[in-house]
Design a protein around this ligand. Structure first.
Ligand SMILES: [Ca+2]
Ligand SMILES: [Ca+2]
Length: 275
C-alpha cells in the first residue's frame, strides 16, 4: 500500500484547526463594528424654474417596519397629513408608534426650484439602516413624493458603510394621494385650502395633472409653469456620513466653534477690520 503523502505543513495546519475554529467563533460572537454616524441629509429641488416647489421633507431612519401608504389603496391619515398641506402632523406620530427607535426629522421649509436645504442627525446604522421620506408637491391638492416600500431605500450596510449616497425622484414618481378632489381654487400654493373636497380615491402616480396649474400665480409670487415630462428629475436627497467623533476630538471641535463664534461677535461692533 502506498502511504498518503502527508506533508509537515498539512499536519501543522490540521493541528491548528481547533484554534482557528475557536477564533472564528469568537469573531462571530463579537458585535458588528457599526459606529454611530453623523449623517447630513441635503435636499434639492431639481424642477424647472417657475415649476413645482416642495413642502419640508419629513424623514425617518428606521428598522424597516413603518409603511405609510400603498399604491392602489386608500390613503390613511398619516400620509394625508403630508399630501394635503405638507405638515406631516399625523405622519410623525404614526412613524414613532410603529418604530419607536427611529430617528425622525424634517428638512427645510418651502423649497423652490433650484433651492437646497440640509439637516444633520446622528444615526446608528445597525438599528436604523433604512430611510423613509415624504414631502408635499405644490401647487397641488394632494400630491407628494415618498417611498411606498419601507425597505426600498437601504442607506447603511450592517457594518455601517454608506450604501446609498443619492435618492433621485422623477416627475413620474409624484403621487396623487387620492384624498382630495383636483381643484385649483382649493389647491395649496395657488388657492384656498379651506375649500378642499374629499376625493374618495386611492394612491396613484399622477404628475400630468400639475400642468393644469399653468398660468396661476403662486404664493411665492411667480407664475406657475409645470414644464414636466415623465423623466424630468424633480428632487434629490443626498447623504453623507462620518463616524461620531471620539469624545476628545468632539470637545476640541466644540471649543473651536466657540472660539470662532467669539471672534465673529467681537468683530461685529467695529464694522471695519483693523487695517
Ligand atoms: Ca407601502
Ligand atoms: Ca387628488
Amino acid at each position: 500500500m502506498v502511504p498518503l503523502p502527508l506533508h509537515g505543513g498539512l499536519v501543522r495546519a490540521a493541528a491548528a484547526l481547533p484554534a482557528l475554529a475557536a477564533a472564528t467563533a469568537l469573531l462571530a460572537l463579537a458585535p458588528a463594528q457599526a459606529a454611530p454616524q453623523v449623517v447630513t441629509i441635503t435636499v434639492e429641488n431639481l424642477a424647472p424654474a417657475s415649476g413645482i416647489a416642495f413642502a419640508p421633507l419629513h424623514f425617518g431612519f428606521h428598522s424597516g417596519v413603518f409603511d405609510a401608504f400603498d399604491l392602489g389603496s386608500t390613503a390613511t391619515a398619516p400620509i394625508i397629513s403630508v399630501a394635503e398641506g405638507g405638515s406631516g402632523a399625523a405622519w410623525h406620530p404614526a412613524f414613532a408608534a410603529a418604530d419607536p427607535g427611529a430617528v425622525r426629522g424634517t428638512v427645510g421649509g418651502l423649497l423652490l426650484a433650484g433651492a437646497t436645504a440640509s439637516l444633520t442627525v446622528v444615526v446608528d446604522p445597525a438599528v436604523n439602516p433604512f430611510f423613509t421620506f415624504a414631502s408635499m408637491v405644490v401647487p397641488s391638492n394632494d400630491f407628494f413624493i415618498g417611498n411606498d416600500a419601507p425597505t426600498g431605500h437601504r442607506i447603511f450596510a450592517s457594518d455601517g458603510t454608506l450604501l446609498t449616497a443619492v435618492i433621485d425622484q422623477r416627475a413620474r414618481q409624484v403621487w396623487d394621494a387620492g384624498s382630495e378632489v383636483f381643484d385649483p381654487a382649493a389647491a395649496a400654493f395657488v388657492g384656498d385650502n379651506d375649500l378642499r373636497a374629499p376625493q374618495h380615491s386611492v394612491v396613484a402616480f399622477n404628475f400630468a395633472e400639475l400642468a393644469a396649474f399653468d398660468g396661476l400665480m403662486t404664493g411665492a409670487g411667480y407664475t406657475f409653469t409645470s414644464g414636466l415630462a415623465a423623466e424630468t428629475e424633480v428632487y434629490r436627497i443626498g447623504f453623507s456620513a462620518v463616524p461620531v467623533p471620539e469624545p476628545g476630538s468632539f470637545a476640541m471641535l466644540t471649543a473651536g466653534l466657540v472660539a470662532t463664534g467669539w471672534l465673529v461677535r467681537r468683530r461685529r461692533p467695529g464694522a471695519a477690520a483693523p487695517a
